[in-house]
Design a protein. Sequence first.
Length: 262
Amino acid sequence: MHIRQTVYQFIYDVIELIWPSNHCLLCRGLIPATDLLLGVGLCQHCRHDLAAYNCCPNCATFIHCNATPEQLALHHRFCHSSQVQGIDAFIALAPYAGQMRQNLLQLKYHGQRRLAKPLGREIARAWQYTGWLADVIIPVPLHAEKMKQRGYNQCDLLAKACGEILNLPVLPNALQRVRATDVQNKLNAEERKSNVEAAFACEESIEQLAGKNVILLDDIITTGSTMSACAIALQSARPAAIYGLAVAGKLLKTNSFEEFAD
């Protein structure tokens, strides 16, 4: 399995080198060559659109700058009634909707590994805007059986691209998913929490993570249950802080929060 993953990654790296993607991740419009040289995955227009949203550091909900008082009150109630245990703060790149949702489904379920590099680079830039400090990146792991079926962990690929931009080491084996879990998008908030409880274990030595600021990286943050379960497992290594970083987070709706795959 490891040899096959290495071969696949080499093939994708060669393809990216010869035919780099020149389309915006969101609108699919062409990105100028000067921006491509910088590894940019979003056009200026889409960056401007994303700037109209704020990502809540407590729950990773995206809130439009023009949100109504009723929407903000809804968010306040939701956010402060569901604090995520073990996570110091969250940041994500974009709402899980539209083309970003399609990108993540293609990456996660349809073998489109090529999307991982531009997405990973963009979440690295989202992290840089926070000004928070980090020492290592730890991707959320897959269970061995699911890894065997899929052939790769999309979070590992995202973490690698993110680490290259941030110049941070990636520890793909820091966490192990020791118990198989159900697909989260079919469960409500309480079921999600129960589903991933005690599903992860920390495999890194205390000396390696003790006192370090950790980026815990996932593709999507919804209720934060997966992030919390991972963070609880990492507490045994005594890190200084654990930050949640993802490609997408939930989007504040007019009347409710839309549930997405965790």
